[in-house]
Ligand binder design. Sequence first.
Ligand SMILES: [Zn+2]
Ligand SMILES: [Zn+2]
Length: 217
Amino acid sequence: MSTPPTIACFTLGPFETNSYVVTPGIPSPGEPCWIVDPSFEPLPLITHVRGQGLKPVAIVLTHAHVDHIAGVAEVRAAFPGVPILIHSNEQDWLADPLLNLSAMMGQSVTAPLAERHLAESDQLALGGTTWRVLHTPGHSPGSISLIHDPSHQAIVGDALFAGSIGRTDFPGSDHDTLINAIRTKLYTLPDTTAIHPGHGPSSTIGREKKTNPFVRA
Ligand SMILES: [Zn+2]
Ligand SMILES: [Zn+2]
């Protein structure tokens, strides 16, 4: 198999959100990259992208909670014109501090409107790689996971964590919907699939199916 995509993790901000820089292979100057979920104070991520000479081609958002979008404006200022991609269910959340929960923290965080609205089964190209969009709602109505089938890698946002699952006590959350998305979509990926969640360490689908106290296979 060719070199798998590289998923570099930057844990940013007061909620220790995992922001990711994804490249189609080993990062090298001129390679395209995605910036996924840029959180508060994204300068280390921006510095990394610049230092490696990468060319951001999209800002992809797993969902629009404040800790996953707080760095979008700064990243877009650093890389003007890079399109923002988000599931259609949360397209309005970027400009609405009540919906993106920043108002709850006494802040008013907004992000530029998205250029592209995603849906289940969309195929996203990054360099020579193709990623699949899985709609994995429940933590929020427009939560998505990004799946690279050939290398068994998944970026899962706040749907599934190592040993835990996303909170469902927010407005728009739904516990049963989340459990269903994990069981019917994420847990049907191969056991060796590495998951890169929105918070905390990576894991694999196989490990979570066996040990996750919230959703066993
Ligand atoms: Zn969230
Ligand atoms: Zn989060």
